[in-house]
Ligand binder design. Sequence first.
Ligand SMILES: *Cc1c(COP(=O)(O)O)cnc(C)c1O
Length: 453
Amino acid sequence: MRFISTRGQSPALGFSDAVATGLAPDGGLFLPETLPSFANDLKRFEKLSYPELCFEFLKVFATDIPQETLRAIIAKSYTTFSHPDIAPLKQLSEKLHVLELFHGPTLAFKDFALQLLGNLYEYQCRTRGETINVLGATSGDTGSAAIHGLLGKPGTAIFILYPDGRTSPLQERQMACTGAANVFALAIDGTFDDAQNALKDVFGDQDFRKQFRLSAVNSINLARVLAQCVYYLSAFLRLPAAQREEAEFVVPTGNFGNVLAGWMLQKMGVPIRGFRVATNQNDILYRLFTTGEYAVSDVRASLAPSMDIQVASNFERFLYFNVGRDGAKVREVMQTFKTTGRYTFANFDKDSFDASRCTDAEIPGIIKDVYRKYGYIADPHTACGFKDIKTDRPSVILSTASPAKFPETIIKAIGTEPTHPSLEVLKAKPLVKHKIVADPATIKAFIREHAVR
Ligand SMILES: *Cc1c(COP(=O)(O)O)cnc(C)c1O
């Protein structure tokens, strides 16, 4: 299978090259040239374990990796998960289900993609006899998930910039207490945007980029979207048969990365009824799906920080399908959006989508309510999914993080502190961070000194 850019001006690539490239050279995002259909495979898929299901799905896309190798890469990626079902589906009431996506090493859903991506990178380094230096900026979860994807992998090093003192203490520990020699947690004096801007300059230096085979960590890699399709498929197959085609998937989201995967799976012949885009107070996606207008506004820090975004970086993929797969039209819309900060859609496919918005003032109350009703502790992101829950039809709420990652909010809501063994282990480990000024020259000097060659 080949992968094309949403902006239509980059050559189509095979799976491994598209994964290694990340962002397409024309600035677009990679998508499969055609979407396969799994409609006739669902019966056969029912009996498979999670890794086997993932293999059956991915082998249709990753046609340039030998099948037994792919199977081994996938198996290895999910052995780091602590639950035997990998993505357990828990039933809270007759029609209400929670899909727990936080049993990976960093206790948030990004592990599903980044454990796999780390092993794909390792495979590429091995087969091509190359090394790779991964560089990213994070406000929390993405950086730690990327670090744990590459932890100790030969031929790789990873550098993550984060705003010193502005991530949660546990998130910092997940980045800076790994003890791995190929991991560099770079605490910058400044904000996430400062980190992001410095990073753009470093990537803008093409010679430097080539010399160190720099690769970006971000939320737009093709492998992320495909890896994420699998848990929707798994949940669909595990629902009671009578509820499968009735259930709405409720997805706490900011970048549109998670829900996009579910929607694409629906386009691949899996009869999912629909999705609810559940935002926090940073509600660009809520406004889009309720008014048709996609318009930037300021980001306000919230209790669900991993959804605090200004523009949804994965939205472009959805846009591509909505403008009739027309790369020129995507370029035009993205250009308008870039210059004016807004774009109004005359008509687009809203049939599969609902939207909700949850303010910070509501989050602790929802956590308390859910705990009282179901004895279940939802993290602040997942709590946004419990807003406006419908009782007349089945729902699957995607739980994107373990409550143990956000003890302050949980204590405030229900009075007890959630814990997790892996976080307790972290608290005892030495923290190794490199304080650094967020300017491109300093960052490049650091990379030059510590990069894998
Ligand atoms: C990253 C993240 C999200 C948002 O994911 P999207 O890519 O915006 O869909 C939600 N919850 C948690 C815990 C996260 O780490």
